[in-house]
Write a protein that binds this ligand. Structure first.
Ligand SMILES: [Ca+2]
Length: 328
């Protein structure tokens, strides 16, 4: 019997954890990726496009179309890329850049592609957003019916306790384009699942698990070992005084938590269903997500803020994701 596959579009600012999440989707037998749309964030959008092509090449899945999207936020500085995973987003260790990469990117803009693919497969597509939400905000402006044509939406981003990673109170993807995060959480009325920064950190894996993960005997694992080799974000020692202040030590692959929720809902064992809103003002809280658990805002739409994860199941998905390409 053939199982009907889940149709997925991945919107990504392809850093190392996005690469991990994309590989997880590529490895999942129940997932069919319709396209990958790129957005600035962990790196400039041109680097993001090249990073996605690189991941698809390692996994021998070059047939999946890749689209270039927004190079900056709706408002403000478009040079707001992070160097969390190095200046190229993949740890600054890869040589032999492909001079022909632009020819491998689809001519259609990412936002148009997103709207077209979802319109062609109404109520069947899961959108997994792993970077700043600029492409999604633009999609709902171009096609106000876009959200209602989605099956569901999975986001890595935001925070639930006001603990930030780029500012005191805000998480990177939301802080990088707060207006887009606001628009998406106000206007996307489809079922929405949020893997926040705290959710990821609270469900960290051990550094021993990380060693086992990247030392598997497969091209994808060797690739992951290379790109994490010089990146301080994957250094146990360097992270000691950062996340540990709040969450204790551990290896956290942020974007993979949102992807895992899409691939297998049973990875999530508990979530908080409530309205949320993104703060746009303020000198400390701009980009912070607020959970409105008493419905003070009188919003009609609630989202699922993920709170507990089956870490063993999640770890299994990570392990399988680096055993690619298959049959090798
Ligand atoms: Ca990302």
């Amino acid at each position: 019997m053939t199982m009907a596959k889940k149709l997925v579009i991945i919107d990504t600012d392809c850093g190392i954890d996005d690469a991990q999440a994309i590989m997880m989707a590529l490895a999942a037998p129940n997932i069919q990726i319709l396209g990958i749309t790129c957005v600035f964030g962990n790196a400039a959008v041109e680097n993001v496009c090249q990073n996605v092509l690189r991941v698809l090449s390692v996994c021998e899945q070059e047939g999946i179309p890749v689209f270039r999207g927004s190079g900056g936020p709706l408002l403000g500085d478009s040079n707001s890329c992070s160097d969390h995973f190095g200046s190229d987003g993949l740890g600054d260790v890869l040589e032999d850049r492909d001079p022909q990469w632009e020819e491998k990117i689809q001519r259609e803009h990412a936002v148009n592609a997103m709207i077209r693919l979802v319109s062609e497969n109404q109520n069947q597509v899961s959108l997994v957003a792993l970077g700043p939400l600029t492409n999604l905000a633009l999609a709902v402006r171009l096609d106000p019916c876009f959200p209602q044509k989605l099956k569901d939406l999975y986001i890595m981003g935001g925070n639930m306790e006001g603990k930030g990673n780029v500012t005191i109170c805000a998480e990177f993807n939301f802080a990088t384009d707060p207006e887009s995060a606001y628009i998406v959480l106000e206007e996307f009325l489809c079922p929405t699942y949020l893997a926040s920064w705290e959710y990821s950190c609270r469900n960290a894996l051990t550094w021993e698990f990380f060693e086992e993960l990247i030392n598997q005997d497969a091209p994808a694992a060797r690739f992951m070992k290379t790109i994490t080799s010089k990146c301080w974000a994957y250094s146990k020692e360097a992270m000691m005084n950062k996340r540990d202040v709040y969450f204790g030590p551990g290896f956290v692959s942020y974007d993979a938590y949102a992807m895992a929720a899409c691939i297998n809902g049973s990875v999530v064992t508990e979530s908080i269903e409530c309205p949320v809103r993104v703060e746009l003002q303020g000198t400390m809280c701009r980009g912070m997500m607020a959970l409105d658990r008493t419905n003070a805002l009188k919003k009609s739409h609630s989202v699922f803020v993920l709170s507990k994860c089956d870490v063993a199941k999640f770890g299994q998905l990570l392990m399988e994701s680096l055993r690619q390409p298959r049959n090798k």
